[in-house]
Design a protein. Structure first.
Length: 191
């Protein structure tokens, strides 16, 4: 399991006093209001296990689908612009407690996805939020021929999740496998 939890991405700046527009990567954007400090981490270039620069949180205000975040030491628009595209992380021990059958996306990515009969479908490589439910992207181990499989994260499909073992057990809905096995085969170019 991850030691650090990614909670937001800095997508823009707000105003001239260094406020950051943060896209929450959490189901609970109000959680930003209780932050006292946060680590700012570059998208790339930080080695595994290392943490970014820690900043004291001066204020956090939910505003539609973003949070306006003011950090100590970032006091003008030019300085704030340097943080665009970076992520916000916190230590796992400071993360919000999740309800039963809820998981941090970072803990799910990398899990092996198997059917109830034990067939390995691949590895969970991405989670997309659709509003109604999440969708899990499963990349087959031998991805030279097969395309990714997209599974709805609903009770009829996701039967068990064990992040300690790195394993997700699923049931494929009727017709789902056929969609991925036949899509693109035998299609001709219409030019």
């Amino acid at each position: 399991m991850l030691e650090r939890i990614r909670i937001g991405e800095i997508v823009s700046v707000h105003g001239v006093k260094g406020a950051l527009k943060v896209l929450p990567l959490t189901d609970n954007p109000i959680r930003f209001c209780s932050l006292t400090e946060v680590d700012v981490v570059p998208k790339r270039g930080i080695r595994k296990g290392a943490q970014g620069t820690t900043y004291k949180v001066l204020s956090a205000t939910p505003a539609g689908n973003v949070v306006l975040l003011k950090l100590y030491g970032i006091d003008d628009r030019d300085k704030a612009e340097q943080f665009r595209g970076m992520f916000l992380e916190i230590p796992r021990e400071k993360a919000v407690k999740l309800p039963k059958d809820s998981y941090f996306i970072g803990d799910l990515v990398g899990c092996v996805v198997k059917t109830e009969s034990g067939e390995v479908l691949g590895t969970l490589t991405d989670v997309q939020s659709t509003g109604a439910n999440d969708i899990y992207e499963v990349t087959p181990r031998d991805n030279q021929k097969n395309k990714s499989i997209w599974l709805p994260a609903i009770g009829d499909v996701i039967k068990a999740v064990d992040v300690e073992k790195g394993e997700i057990i699923v049931t494929l809905l009727p017709g789902l496998r056929e969609v991925y096995e036949t899509s693109g085969e035998g299609e001709e170019d219409c030019d």
